[in-house]
Design a protein. Structure first.
Length: 143
């Protein structure tokens, strides 16, 4: 039969190891989405075609629309955005949809790491004329 010291050793060592997770292996990733246009831009987040996260974020003119962050050993953009699609609406007249699993629109998806400018732990995406020109006109006001 094991003595009390051995039992305590077997119980305490794993607890100490787990509680001493090296924080330097974790990083905080910050995602910033800016409106680089003079237009009114709205962002709507969806997961499985159901609105998720912040319902609608909007910004008229240039400036920050969205800021989010996550802390983990590997920071992933879609974890911060908490969506599998994002719809950008311009002046309530045009929409552009970004999809996680197809990284559409090609070359400038909100879910594609290379579409961001990275500065340390901050990754910035700027909505610009490329997004506006790629957007599809709505048949009447966009909803």
């Amino acid at each position: 039969m094991m003595d009390l010291k051995k039992i305590m050793l077997y119980v305490m060592v794993p607890v100490v190891i787990i509680s001493c997770w090296p924080k330097d292996l974790e990083e905080t990733g910050i995602i910033v989405v800016n409106n680089g246009l003079d237009n009114d831009v709205q962002m709507r987040f969806f997961r499985n075609s159901i609105p998720s996260g912040p319902e609608i974020l909007s910004k008229t003119g240039k400036g920050e629309i969205f800021r989010g962050q996550d802390t983990s050993t590997v920071v992933v953009i879609n974890q911060i955005l908490q969506a599998d699609s994002i719809v950008l609406t311009f002046d309530n007249e045009r929409t552009e949809t970004h999809f996680l699993y197809t990284t559409e629109p090609k070359g400038h998806s909100l879910f594609f790491n290379d579409s961001y400018i990275h500065n340390g732990n901050i990754s910035t995406y700027t909505i610009d004329a490329k997004n506006y020109n790629n957007a599809t006109p709505c048949d009447g006001p966009c909803n």
